[in-house]
Design a binder for this molecule. Structure first.
Ligand code: ZN
Length: 142
């Protein structure tokens, strides 16, 4: 069993990923951008997967994007996850062009409401005093 105050497994930040976790804890998500080729990079890495440049900067992002793919979990064998069913696991494509696996929240988990291309925005789930998870909800109209 997990004894981390959350009841489910949590990420373990390391020196490469720590700036990402610090940014979501501050509710201002940042991801890496390559200073050599200009591409955004996610997940955090030591070098750019496009040009292998090692000059990566951390930049704040909009937190906005679209659902690229999703699935609805109706059954989970672990009690802590089972209590959340049905829930939506989604691959989010951020406006900056990178994709991030997360949960889609504030939705009725019904395929009629969740669809590929649905505009979404990040929300910050402070799951423990030390760790915040970025999740996504349908974007509010502006
Ligand atoms: Zn690059």
């Amino acid at each position: 069993m997990t004894d981390n105050g959350y009841g489910k497994p949590l990420p373990r930040p390391d020196p490469v990923t720590q700036p990402f976790w610090d940014s979501v804890k501050a509710h201002a998500m940042s991801i890496q951008r390559c200073r050599t080729c200009g591409r955004y990079v996610f997940y955090p890495r030591m070098h750019c997967p496009s040009c292998f440049g090692r000059d990566l900067a951390w930049l704040p992002v909009s937190g906005r994007g679209v659902v690229h793919a999703f699935t609805i979990v109706h059954y989970h064998s672990t009690p802590a996850f089972r209590a959340d069913t049905p829930y939506v696991v989604a691959l989010i494509e951020l406006d900056e062009g990178v994709r991030m696996m997360s949960n889609l929240v504030d939705v009725t988990p019904d395929p009629k409401h969740v669809r590929v291309g649905l505009p979404v925005e990040v929300v910050y789930d402070d799951v423990t005093p030390e760790l915040t998870l970025p999740k996504f909800r349908p974007a509010s109209a502006e």
